[in-house]
Design a protein around this ligand. Structure first.
Ligand code: PLP
Length: 357
């Protein structure tokens, strides 16, 4: 008998969330960020759900972009982070991709290569994230070098916000962007999900929503996914595969980190860190058994975790369990485990069978 764990991906919810993002984008184009295997949801599934509706896509590698073209998608595709080498440029041009130019090495590559053109590029400006991009000092020369390349048809200025999801917001980065590139008559792309939802002034010509498409709140401390009108896309389900009645003083799981103070019923769930459940989720992480909310107990094992059935007498072996998704926001589980829903989704293990709804 196979292990009862499975993930389901709700394509309708994915499309709903994308359309919500687009409705917030005004006249800007909403490029669906589908990097990292569509945040763990499966690139082909994202293509199926979003192919017919998305204005454009953003991802990381050329092989993934090739899958979109092979599926017949003709929308613009941005290559975020700009990992490419000279040998990739013909493929970038053949697939009509929009590479991100964020440093001198890439500019030099474009200058040395005979480009067929026309090539559309994103020119990345570092406004305070301090990962990639040109600064106030290096930007003017970079722009001039790009403009001197006859094959470059269009340049979109882009930047990425470090704190669109917290109280500090985007103001310092937006001010720096304006100081560096404010007077230029070029299209702009700035907003991720949080900026799109919180700061309409950052919308510009292209927005790049990622996590909100998958039903994660980009700012769980400020608004839940439900409050934002987002629907869960990935639901991780399993079942209770064992039950133990324990007495006060008994402990649960590796390390015995949880000790019962009263008589308890402990349910054992077929889901562990090898399935992608976070090992660092502590006792008390929310979980649904038979649709009712309870808590995990003790340390998460490789293939199993324990939960509290003391107040759920109707639950037993075979009871359905939801680890996150429908009825239990991934953001809540992530917060309990000290992480973010992005990480939960991306960590879903290949061994977990996936159904599409
Ligand atoms: N734009 C860039 C450059 C990114 O790296 C990301 C994600 O990390 C996004 C947009 C999407 O961000 P989010 O998933 O927070 O909407």
């Amino acid at each position: 008998m196979p292990r009862p764990i499975r993930a389901s991906i709700d394509l309708e919810a994915l499309r709903h969330n994308y359309l919500l993002a687009r409705s917030k984008a005004g006249s800007a184009k909403a490029f669906a960020v589908i990097k990292a295997n569509a945040y763990g949801h499966g690139l082909q599934r994202a293509i199926q759900a979003l192919g017919p509706v998305a204005d454009g896509f953003a991802l990381l590698d050329i092989a993934e972009a090739a899958q979109l073209r092979a599926a017949g998608l003709t929308q613009p595709i941005a290559l975020l982070e700009g990992f490419f080498e000279p040998a990739d440029l013909p493929e970038i041009e053949r697939l009509c991709l929009i590479p991100t130019i964020h440093g001198d090495a890439q500019l030099a590559m474009l200058e040395r290569t005979r480009l067929a053109g026309p090539l559309d590029v994103l020119l990345k400006i570092n406004t305070g994230m301090n990962r990639l991009g040109f600064t106030a000092d290096s930007f003017p020369a970079a722009l001039a070098r790009l403009r001197a390349l006859p094959a470059v048809r269009s340049i979109t200025l882009m930047s990425h916000f470090a704190r669109a999801d917290d109280e500090a917001g985007i103001a310092p980065q937006l001010a720096r962007f304006k100081a560096i590139a404010g007077g230029l008559d070029l299209p702009v792309s700035l907003a991720n999900s949080a900026a799109l939802l919180r700061f309409p002034e950052a919308t510009a010509q292209i927005v790049r929503p990622g996590i909100m498409l998958y039903g994660g709140s980009p700012m769980p401390d400020i608004a839940s996914a439900e409050q934002l009108g987002l629907r869960a896309v990935m639901t991780l389900n399993s079942e209770i595969i064992g039950v133990q009645d324990i007495t006060p003083g008994e402990r649960v799981g590796y390390g015995g980190s949880f000790e019962a103070a009263t008589p308890m019923r402990v349910g054992v769930v077929a889901c562990g860190y090898a399935d992608g459940y976070p090992r660092h989720a502590p006792t008390g992480t929310p979980i649904l058994v038979g649709g009712r909310r309870t808590r995990t107990l003790g340390r998460v094992s490789m293939d199993m975790l324990a939960c509290d059935l003391t107040h759920l007498p109707e639950a037993g072996v075979g009871s359905p369990v939801t680890l996150w998704g429908d009825g239990l926001a991934a953001d809540e589980v992530a917060a309990a485990a000290g992480t973010i829903s992005y990480e939960l989704f991306c960590a879903l293990a290949p061994r977990v069978p996936v159904q599409v709804r």
